[in-house]
Design a protein around this ligand. Sequence first.
Ligand code: 6R9
Length: 570
Amino acid sequence: MKEIIPPDGGQHHLKNYESVFGTFRFEDVHADFSWHTTGKVNMAYELIDRHTTGPRKNKTALLYADDHRRESYTFEDLRKLSNRFGHLLQRLGVSKGDRVFFFMPRSPEVYIGMLGAFKIGAVVGPLFEAFMEGAVTDRLADAEAAVLVTTAALKERVPRGKLPNLRHLIIVDEQPEYAAGEVNFKQAMAESEEELELAWGSLEDPMILHYTSGSTGKPKGVLHVQGAMIQHYITGKWVLDLQEDDIYWCTADPGWVTGTSYGIFAPWLNGATNLVRGGRFSADGWYRTLQDYGVTVWYSAPTAFRMLMSAGDELTAKYSFGRLRHVLSVGEPLNPEVIRWGLKVYGKRIHDTWWMTETGAHMIVNLPCMDIRPGSMGKPFPGIEAAIVDNQGNVLPPNSLGNLAVKTGWPSMMRQIWNNPAKYDEYFSVPGWYISGDSAYMDEDGYFWFQGRVDDVINTSGERVGPFEVESKLVEHPAVAEAGVIGKPDPLRGEIIKAFIALREGYAPSDELLDHIRLFVKTGLSAHAAPREFEVLEKLPKTRSGKIMRRVLKAKELGLPTGDLSTIED
Ligand code: 6R9
């Protein structure tokens, strides 16, 4: 019997999946946007300005908190400030289609800046503040960025001599002197106009360029268009289930697509109050944020949930999450153990969502009105047609492992890999389908189960084993905080399973413990899925968005080059 967790029976926007699946079309929500009547499209207008002509004008749009700042902005505040920033960019000669990049820590200025850039039709490029010089240079050069919004400290990693297209640096914090081409943000904002003529365009105009790394080669610039907002909006309504009085917190940095699609677009298209917490992860700090701000909808990632889980239940017990209504996850497979823990400590189901930088918005989801099957990513969002296909594009029957694919043509689908049409075409090698590069199966009830990246699936003694299954079993063991599993070439078995694990506090590595863990997987999962080798690490290599980098584990193990490491955590 499969484990099933039924919905909680709350008042959700979408009450019944079957009532819309197969009949809902994205066109059905066009009438909710102003461009439906005006014919003129501007993302920032839909995010902010539109709300200021009605009762949301003085509603809080942005709550910002870090160790030094606590601020709050209404929709009207953001309208005026982003007008000023748009005007500032105009005065620098930035015009429609120019790329404006952001390389700085989270702060209200990032959000104001991006909105301002959208207002004049510029294409926004977000970067993680942790990028080093090489990573920053590659991306700015590839995008031929015209302007970079950054800080006095971070600009040291921007070699302007190598970036001939980069005309201006806007420095958001103050510095003693400004070199040619450098702009004092505070001063320039003060000199800008509060009212601005918006640049209007069409749904196919470019909007945002997100760089994402593949396992090999240079990072890819994934381009999304304005029309993606249709999907951000309706997934924000149905999946995030945003209601008028919600305090919504998405923990992702805007350098990661989750931090823009669901940290900016989905909440504000729905007129929600959006909380941003700057600074680093700390279990204490996060719990205080959840409690003190009375967060009602919380979107985070498995890596964060696992960190909170290993921080211990005593910590959780110190806080109350009484207002928390809806919890969601993205980025990596959500281990069933984490879902069970979430039910125990928050009294809430954690709703997994599957999507990618390239898909721009949710593809496979657990809606609040659906049963959750722990370990499954859920079902396709209404209007999305997903399937498991073989390499020729034949749709496979339920329970067969294959390529997770989506029928092309959803609103937030990427429109280009910047400067690399050949790379773009690789995703569409099978006519009519977008091939995700993930391997999964669908059960007889239409739930999708993630197995790994296609390249990560292990073949041991003729059996295909998804690393996720093994990792999920491993983290059920009380000593294991995190696990990354790879296939290691073996003359006898094709591959053997090797597990890299980080231990929870209070546990020390010993042969006895590892034997115990191996047995735990063997009896709990299957003999062939039990790792033959273990290695205990202080922590696992991860991307900035918290994904375990199995290819790095594998390359290290085999003594091969590790490929592009620009997105790795410290
Ligand atoms: C939004 C985002 C995409 C890749 C994707 C898959 C993995 C994301 C997942 C998941 C299992 C989930 N992934 N969500 N795997 N279950 N719910 O993460 O975009 O950074 O481009 O990564 O992340 O492998 O293909 P991105």
